[in-house]
Design a binder for this molecule. Sequence first.
Ligand SMILES: C[S@@+](CC[C@H](N)C(=O)[O-])C[C@H]1O[C@@H](n2cnc3c(N)ncnc32)[C@H](O)[C@@H]1O
Length: 251
Amino acid sequence: MTVYFIGAGPGDPELITVKGQRLIHSCPVILYAGSLVPEAVLQGHRGEQVVNTAELHLGEIVELLRLAHERGQDVARVHSGDPSLYGAIGEQIRELRRLGIPFEIVPGVTAAAACAALLESELTLPGIAQTVILTRYGTTSPMPEGEQLHDLARHRATLAIHLGVRQLPAIVGELLPHYGADCPVAVIHRASWPDQDWVQGTLSDIEEKVAAKDFRRTALILVGRVLDPGAFAESALYDAAHRHLYRPSSD
Ligand SMILES: C[S@@+](CC[C@H](N)C(=O)[O-])C[C@H]1O[C@@H](n2cnc3c(N)ncnc32)[C@H](O)[C@@H]1O
């Protein structure tokens, strides 16, 4: 018996891994984070017990996992995007280890990747930004020392800010001194869902544009000059003069 933590991807049921889908189809017990995982991802399952955990607390979820273990039944524990990011799997893993229940993690397509794809953007452009910071903004869990948005903003890396769309005015205020008013920003709502929508602007006008759309949740804020880079350098990887293991010479 194994608990499989499965990344469901950002919404589109075709953006789950082959392995994740195979496990959803074969596990007799399915627990899914229904606030962000669409039921379409579960299509084709043959689960005897299928539970939306959106309304359960940790103790209740762990009890379901423990009972499945007692019955010897594999569990598909389905989380949105990639389970390693803001998925609260750490606390579940701690409990599974304590109870001696085996588990495995199957990664997924994270929201930031889906949003970059939608915007047809590379988040790491040579000479513009070579670092992406995945972070969150919110009032529920405090950020650790040194990880306040204004601390991260000093790097001027590409930012993917989760859970923050309702705090957009505060976010803009923290970013402006570091990125400048003309820095491109995109706010993407439910990327890859049938009702996906997004706006692009700059730090000076994004609040107004998002207010007009009324995005309130499940939106990612991408910030950085990679979103509207103008001219940028070419990569070394595909430079005709650059030699490497797979292209040792041009002959
Ligand atoms: C609890 S976090 C889960 C992140 C998820 N584990 C991942 O890897 O994408 C939820 C936040 O991720 C972002 N998010 C998740 N799915 C999204 C989507 N399809 N489009 C835009 N943002 C999304 C939003 O900021 C949302 O508030």
